[in-house]
Design a protein around this ligand. Sequence first.
Ligand code: 5GP
Ligand code: MN
Length: 356
Amino acid sequence: MSYAFPYRRKVVMNMITNIIAEDSIQQLQQLVKQSNNIAIVTHVSPDGDAIGSTLGLQHYLAACGKKSQIVVPNSFPHYLKWLEGAEKITQYDYHPAYATSVINTADLIFCLDFNVLARIKELGNLVRTSSAAKVLIDHHPYPEAFANVCISHPEISSTSELIFRLIHQSGDEADITTPCAEAIYTGMMTDTGAFTYNSNNAEIYFIVGELLRKGVDKDQIYRNVFNNHSADRYRMMGFLLSERMKIYPELQTALLWLSKSEQERFNNQKGDTEGFVNMPLSIKGIRFSAFFREDTDLIKISFRSEGNFPANSFSSRYFGGGGHLNAAGGEFYGPLEEALQRFEEVLPGFCAEQNK
Ligand code: 5GP
Ligand code: MN
């Protein structure tokens, strides 16, 4: 059944604010125009927003007649591989010589979804010393000052949304193809947990509407990304919640951890542990969650929080990391037991400080 909405046009007009500085857009467009070799880089262990924003930008540049090459530090999850163009992404750890030549021959480098060059590992020094012009487009606080054009908006929930805003503000919405819209939608969806957090800005839903008009099948994208896991992953989750979750009720905190051998027992694949750290936040009273995962030569840590509890400050102070207020990450070099011990040592003091 279809309904007529005679006043729809009036309602949807001017639903999106021009948040990107006009001179940044002008400079960016000028740089694109004069460049012949464009590279796009994003952070280590790329997530949905990293891959979505880089592919979204790449499709847009292609529509403007400009080819580009995406370079990532290492592999990304299988549930993002269906995105058009994902198969042409170059991984630095697999193809270091080719990746290096892409950066060294670039005359323009886009840096998406990260704020400091350390987040792209070995690629960081290549980008830093490159004579190419650099454009940063990101939503993490405290951007490092290395880019010629810095489009940094921590108030926006995903870099993919910023790519949409860039295109929209440039007056180029007609250039958004279905694959471009799918990439942008995927990044917006994954960085908001399918619009369950960081997603109260009404303009997000105007953008989603525009992307649907471009041919996005949002229900299919949800299934591709979130309903595409192995049985092993669910068994690992069961083990984690049953055997490797500690609750600190008085500190409103949950701690999760998995050793390397435990991950191997469940045939852990890239992306399988994604989302685990969020789960304890659905326990009544929990406002801070930490997940320690033993990797080959380090302990990789994810933090999530609710409300004003600053996961990023906790991570930068004690685990050499950073991120957003409610979603951050860090690293620990040493045995897993020591990392967990450190967490337990510093947590009460930090919580007391926050409660003041
Ligand atoms: P995740 O837990 O999903 O790996 O990361 C959550 C957030 O923290 C992301 O925004 C990511 O950019 C940031 N993050 C993760 N690991 C690190 C890290 O080692 N250093 C910094 N500075 N940020 C991180
Ligand atoms: Mn992001």
